[in-house]
Design a protein around this ligand. Structure first.
Ligand SMILES: Cc1cc2nc3c(=O)[nH]c(=O)nc-3n(C[C@H](O)[C@H](O)[C@H](O)COP(=O)(O)OP(=O)(O)OC[C@H]3O[C@@H](n4cnc5c(N)ncnc54)[C@H](O)[C@@H]3O)c2cc1C
Length: 371
């Protein structure tokens, strides 16, 4: 992948509404900042190649090259990516009861990693009245206070950059597919950054169909909740067709059709439902409340899940075949939708030589996905 500088990043991503707000370009230098949900460059920078450009998941991701580099094999365009095991999981008895989003698998893995020194910090997403807030945490109680999904796009990778800057080297990181793609590019380390070479980042990717634009959605939410404190958000499974906002004394139901206009534009050409670049990926288990779907992708992921299970932090069971095939169908649909959009936007290419595009995929993969 060709790495350029902040000028190109601003021109091709921020100025063209392609930024997903993942925060990968923030806290690397004094120039990129997050302001009320927008990523902005506050001063000119003449660097010709920058980490901001190298890590961005929206300027140019060459899936074949990334896969070869990180996984040692071609990118195959599998619906839910490559994985070693798929399980049903939830937090075990070693953790207190807590209002997790689903089964608490994500919090359980992060808590286990900190408690047993696999990580010296975890990078998570908290919220302040509906606005997502990236956090670097080092204690289990802090992990629990970040539980629950904030359905707005969050600049969480900025906190990973900060954690590396502060000297943390064993880091657990939770994020959405675009954030996982940014970290995959970081791990590719084309710019040969010394701190990255010495950092071990264990990634827990969330399933994600879309995230809401913080700049547009947060003001809408504030109005809907009349300034009340927001304690949680949920999208109950079909046929509910509702978005639920929790406050200390009520649950406010908003029809999903009123929420969809706030989906971040950058989500429409995202081909990843299940965070394919993560060590493990976690989503809801439709039809089994209080449980999660868990995809284990790497050897590190296998080890972490097994150790967390042995220590009582996780409960793991087999996953029924029909649930797996349902998930694959949903993931394929997202890929097909996104490829159609990307093609229309001129953001899909089959080789870097054919011009700039945010997604570069082998033509065999595009053909096979569009069948
Ligand atoms: C924007 C978004 C869209 C999602 N869409 C789907 C979907 O379509 N299908 C599906 O099955 N699951 C989806 N999920 C994942 C699902 O909501 C749960 O996060 C997941 O099942 C894990 O549940 P848990 O009980 O293990 O999480 P918990 O133990 O409650 O932990 C949740 C973790 O998510 C992190 N987090 C919360 N909000 C964000 C954010 N905005 N960005 C990055 N990290 C965050 C927190 O740091 C916390 O560690 C989505 C999540 C998000 C944030």
């Amino acid at each position: 992948m060709k790495i350029e500088g902040p000028k190109e990043l601003t021109k091709w991503v921020q100025m063209t509404d392609k930024c997903c707000g993942c925060g990968a370009c923030i806290n690397l230098c004094p120039y990129f900042k997050q302001y009320l949900g927008n990523t902005v460059q506050v001063f000119e920078c003449d660097l010709e190649t920058g980490r901001c450009h190298a890590y961005c998941p929206k300027i140019e991701v060459d899936y074949a090259e990334l896969s070869q580099k990180l996984l040692g094999k071609p990118y195959q365009g599998l619906e839910i990516g490559q994985f070693k095991a798929i399980k049903a999981a939830r937090a075990g008895g070693a953790l207190p009861e807590q209002p997790y989003q689903g089964g608490g698998t994500v919090s359980a893995v992060m808590a286990f990693g900190l408690a047993f020194d696999y990580f010296d910090a975890a990078v998570l997403t908290d919220s302040l009245n509906g606005r997502p807030m990236p956090r670097i945490v080092t204690r289990v109680d802090e992990v629990l206070s970040c539980a629950g999904s904030k359905f707005t796009a969050a600049p969480t990778v900025s906190a990973l950059n900060q954690a590396i800057h502060e000297g943390y080297r064993k880091i657990g990181m939770v994020g959405t597919p675009c954030q996982m793609t940014a970290i995959a590019q970081m791990n590719y380390n084309q710019l040969d950054i010394e701190a990255i070479k010495h950092s071990q980042i264990f990634t827990v990717g969330l399933f994600c169909n879309w995230a809401l634009s913080p700049t547009r959605f947060v003001p809408f939410l504030e109005k809907k909740c009349n300034g009340k404190n927001i304690t949680g958000m949920d999208i109950p499974p079909p046929p509910a067709d509702m978005f639920v906002v929790k406050t200390p004394d009520e649950k406010i139901e908003i029809p999903l059709k009123d929420i969809r206009p706030y989906i971040d534009q950058s989500c429409f050409n995202c081909i990843d439902l299940t965070s394919e670049w993560a060590d493990i990926s976690v989503g809801m288990f439709e039809g089994r409340p209080g449980w999660n779907t868990l995809l284990i992708r790497s050897d590190k992921g296998l080890e972490m899940v097994e150790k967390a299970r042995e220590s009582g932090y996780l409960i793991v069971e087999d996953m029924p075949e029909d649930t797996i095939s349902h998930l694959k169908q949903a993931a394929r649909k997202k890929k097909q939708r996104a490829l159609r959009v990307a093609k229309k936007q001129n953001e899909l290419n089959t080789s870097p030589d054919k011009g700039r595009s945010s997604i570069i995929l082998p033509d065999t993969v595009i053909d096979q996905l569009m069948k």
